[in-house]
Design a protein around this ligand. Structure first.
Ligand code: F0G
Length: 346
């Protein structure tokens, strides 16, 4: 059905906003009892990898592109670590808009690049990081030819707040804790907006604490200042100077919670764990909240019995290289029964 139709009365739509959709939203809230009981919590995974382009970005992009169409735009532009570019390219393709995306050279997962290319976007890779790319596209958008569809475009946040609505609709109330990866900080701000609005509408009793997880090499909120050369295996959140800094800080102050850093090896271990113990395959960045919950549990800082939702923001299939690097190599044997039986013998 799509989020514009599903949540029409909660979104700032006008009569003229085209109700476009690629079938975004309506993603599953998967119960993960094996991991949950090990951590002493009631754990749910909001699997955003099920969106049409495989990430949560589609919720915001459908809204941003609908508003761009309403305003008569003919071209959109964004900087991206990969997922925003894939989403922008898809919605632009369906709407007949030109899409230009600027990405950090050599640091975008293959699947995301393939998506942006096949959907027909113009891609420019810059010899710099996401923060450099965002500075450039902001300036491009100032020229008036392009509508900027990064999350500094408020329609992106407006659409992404529907993730919070779906969590509350599925549970019948807010969870105690929402655990979410933080890069440019748009999504944590969007969830805060969604919970705030549902609270005002009387749809939840108490708002959740917001726990934002960053990769240790790209953790400006934990450092309290921008990071000049962000570095992490979780390329989606390799961001040193988040655009929604103030919004995200205000959200955590209002709801309680905090920002935490997790190491790359913890992220990759959590990715393997959530795939092999919950049957859900997130990309590395999306495993950061799981890595963070494990760390808080080890440190005795995770409240026992808490109802926790971890937002798994993107699909693991986007970055098979990361998964293959982390896994044991495939064992190749002769095409004979005995050889296969021997290979699988514990
Ligand atoms: N998880 C994934 C899979 C992402 O792609 C991103 C951001 C985030 C988490 C962080 O969300 O930026 O709202 O705090 N990806 C952007 C992109 C930057 O270009 O695709 P955020």
């Amino acid at each position: 059905m799509g989020v514009l139709a599903q949540y029409a009365q909660h979104l700032a739509l006008s009569e003229k906003t085209p109700r476009i959709t690629l079938g975004e939203g309506g993603t599953p809230l998967v119960s993960a009892p094996r991991i949950g009981s090990a951590l002493g919590i009631e754990l749910y995974l909001k699997f955003e990898g099920q969106n049409p382009t495989g990430s949560f970005k589609d919720r915001g992009m459908v809204m941003a592109v609908a508003k761009a169409l309403e305003d008569g735009a003919s071209a959109i532009v964004c900087a991206s670590t990969g997922n925003t570019s894939a989403s922008a390219a898809a919605y632009a393709a369906a709407a007949g808009l030109r899409a230009v995306v600027v990405v950090p050279a050599g640091r975008v997962a293959q699947g995301k690049l393939a998506q942006a290319l096949i959907y027909g976007a113009q891609i420019v890779a810059v010899e710099g990081n996401f923060d450099d790319a965002l500075t450039i596209v902001r300036r491009l958008a100032e020229g008036g030819e392009f509508t900027l569809v990064n999350s500094v475009n408020p329609w992106r946040i407006e659409g992404q707040k529907t993730g919070a609505f779906e969590v509350v609709d599925a549970l019948g109330d807010a969870p105690d804790i929402l655990a979410i990866p933080v890069g440019n900080a748009g999504n944590i701000s969007a969830y805060a907006k969604g919970f705030r609005e549902y609270r005002a509408a009387g749809k939840l009793r108490t708002a959740p604490k917001l726990l934002g997880f960053q990769a240790a090499g790209a953790a400006p909120f934990v450092a309290g200042a921008p990071v000049v050369n962000p570095e992490t295996v979780a390329t989606a959140i390799r961001i040193g100077n988040p655009a929604s800094w103030d919004l995200a800080l205000a959200a955590v102050e209002e709801f309680g919670g905090g920002f935490y850093a997790v190491e790359d090896d913890e992220i990759l271990a959590a990715q393997r764990r959530v795939a092999s113990e919950a049957g859900v395959f997130p990309e590395p960045a999306s495993a950061a909240p799981l890595a963070g919950l494990e760390r808080l549990h080890r440190e005795g800082r995770l409240p026992r019995g808490a109802r926790v939702v971890a937002v798994l923001t993107g699909n693991g299939l986007k970055d098979p290289d990361a998964a293959l690097r982390a896994a044991a190599p495939v064992n190749t044997v002769r095409a004979e029964f005995e050889a296969v039986r021997e290979a699988i013998a514990g």
